[in-house]
Design a protein around this ligand. Structure first.
Ligand code: ADP
Ligand code: MG
Length: 559
């Protein structure tokens, strides 16, 4: 028997994991199952090219057994197995990718986060076990080896007997301490729940010996006996890997509910199977209702992220732009590694590609909805239109192209909401601007004196009733090369020769205007004659870029 030391780095990782907070410990099972699944995959690929190796589908499984008396949890896989060298190289050092995440993390606190969110590999077993034994036989070797470690300072390795290739990992579950109980990792129902949560879509069956009560054979009525039974825990084929044509609307709704993406029914779903520069499957939902905390700081955007069927992050924010933060759903990619840290994800090229792709799919889906199902789109817009407008306003209009076609506003000529393209298509031949008026409500805007002359010309006016509207439009500046103009703007000119006042008119009314100005002193800057009024005697306007309505919003904002 040989005894070897762990690397210093491995020790630090172990310490960190052992001290990780309780709820994160459960992910050890996800890690071990993923390794087993990888090992079966490897064998499968070998069998494709190597005649000496046969792959019989029904032999490939991951088997989990808990023994409460011995306090052991055992995972057996029929995968490719490990040679002596592989046991030493793979289990004696931290997995390359996993270690990188840790090197960058100096604080234990952040370390916790990584343990919860990302794969940390085989070592995570030591979060719950005080002794780990790995018996493995490689398909390439005649001898099997036993690797064993208590996690603290090293491991032993020796020959052992194992008939078939594959790996058998036995964890001796820690004794309970005053603060922590480890018993749950020996309970069938808990283990099942953990498998379901993280590993439901592993492609191979995950089987468990579970004890159930069955009516006793030959016994009295109602008499039961405890029997051992092998159950397959995982559902194996995730809905997102299924063919769209096999799935019904109800299937998607069921998935939305199972995943607790929302309490409502989704308005629309998007199912993507992309096989290009980056490969991924994704199911996205546009909810019908605004989540109660949507417009608050508590709301967290993000999509579930899976690496090849294994959940690695519950809310990956990098996958969604803020203006689409209402979208729910998941992404599964074969091109992502299980051991990827949050920092690394942010810079991951694949992830960026996926995010970009998803953004354009959501946009085109919304556009299609707008075109073909106006009513549904307006329902959506009621819930999330405000977020789109914020999207235009933020980032200085950088998202203009993505969002401008998705906006809707009230209008002076149409009953319902109108899009900018609809507005432009109705513009009069001599009309150079897209006109808008701002106010608290449609009713109030309709009474604004300054709308009259524009409406009289036969021009449509967009009615801005939300505080964000005008700010967003200022960022857009124009739509299809037509500039926006407020009907209240001091520079509004309906005709070329429509100068506001001639010199004579100015002189004629000088005394009157001076008097008005002094009466309204401190309230107005100037009083002028206007040709823009028809049936109203007066209107208020502001000079420059910021309109009166915008000023009101700015003043109401907390500093
Ligand atoms: P990762 O899975 O990211 O490589 P791990 O720490 O989880 O990191 O595992 C380290 C390595 O140990 C794996 O890459 C694999 O080569 C080997 N390994 C772990 N578990 C098994 C297993 N059940 N069967 C075969 N090889 C395994
Ligand atoms: Mg692993």
């Amino acid at each position: 028997m040989e005894k070897k030391q762990f690397q210093a780095e491995s020790k630090r990782l172990l310490e960190m994991m052992i001290n990780s907070i309780y709820t994160q410990k459960e992910i050890f099972l996800r890690e071990l199952i993923s390794n087993s699944s990888d090992a079966i995959d490897k064998l499968y690929y070998r069998a494709l090219t190597d005649d000496a190796i046969s792959f019989e589908q029904d032999q490939y499984a991951i088997h989990i057994t808990a023994d409460k008396e011995k306090r052991t949890l055992t995972l057996i896989d029929t995968g490719i197995g490990m040679t002596k060298e592989e046991l030493e190289n793979n289990l004696g050092t931290i997995a390359k990718s996993g270690s990188l995440a840790f090197k960058k993390t100096n604080e234990i606190k952040d370390g916790h986060d990584i343990i919860g969110q990302f794969g940390v590999g085989f070592y995570s077993a030591f979060m719950v076990a005080d002794m780990v034994t790995v018996n493995s036989k490689s398909v390439d070797a005649d001898t099997a080896y036993k690797w064993q470690s208590d996690g603290s300072d090293g491991y032993t390795i020796e020959e052992t007997v194992k008939d078939t290739p594959g790996t058998e990992i036995t964890l001796h579950i820690k004794e309970n301490t005053e603060d922590e109980s480890f018993d749950e990792f020996l309970e069938d129902y808990r283990l099942k729940a953990i498998v379901k949560k993280y590993s439901d879509f592993i492609r191979f069956p995950i089987k468990m010996d579970v004890s159930t009560f069955k009516p006793k054979e030959g016994g009295e009525e109602g008499e039961t006996e405890e029997v051992q039974e092998i159950q397959t825990i995982n559902s194996m084929v995730p809905i997102w890997r299924k063919n769209k044509s096999e799935l019904t609307k109800e299937d998607y709704e069921q998935f939305y509910q199972d995943k607790r993406y929302g309490f409502d029914k989704p308005l629309e779903h998007i199912h993507l199977s992309v096989d290009g520069a980056v490969r991924y499957n994704s199911i996205l939902f546009i909810p019908e209702n605004t989540p109660f905390d949507f417009y608050s700081k508590e709301y967290e955007k993000g999509l579930e992220l899976y690496a090849n069927g294994v959940l690695i992050m519950e809310k990956c924010a990098d996958l969604l732009p803020d203006f689409f933060s209402f979208v729910k759903g998941m992404v599964d990619s074969e091109d992502l590694s299980l051991n990827i840290s949050r920092e690394m994800l942010q810079h991951d090229r694949q992830l960026k590609l996926i995010a970009k792709n998803i953004q354009s799919k959501i946009k085109s889906q919304l556009q299609t909805l707008l075109k073909n199902q106006r009513e549904a789109y307006e329902t959506f817009y009621q819930s999330f239109g405000r977020q789109l407008k914020f999207g235009v306003y933020n980032d200085y209009g950088a998202n203009k192209k993505v969002l401008e076609d998705l906006l809707l506003f009230h209008s002076s000529t149409e009953k319902g909401l109108v899009s900018l393209s609809e507005y432009v298509s109705r513009m009069k031949e001599d009309q150079s601007y897209i006109y808008y008026a701002t106010g608290e409500s449609v009713e109030r805007i309709e009474k604004l004196p300054q709308t009259e002359i524009v409406a009289d010309k036969g021009y449509e006016i967009l009615y801005f009733t939300e505080d964000v509207d005008e700010f967003a439009i200022k960022m857009l500046q124009s739509y299809q090369e037509k500039e926006f103009q407020s009907v209240s703007s001091a520079d509004l000119k309906m005709d070329e020769d429509d100068t506001e006042e001639s010199e004579e008119e100015k002189d004629a009314n000088k005394a009157l205007f001076e008097t008005m100005k002094s009466v309204l002193s401190g309230k107005v800057k100037d009083v002028r004659l206007s040709k823009r009024l028809k049936t109203h005697p007066v209107f208020l306007t502001a000079e420059g870029e910021v309109t009166i309505e915008m000023e009101k919003v700015l003043q109401a904002m907390p500093d």
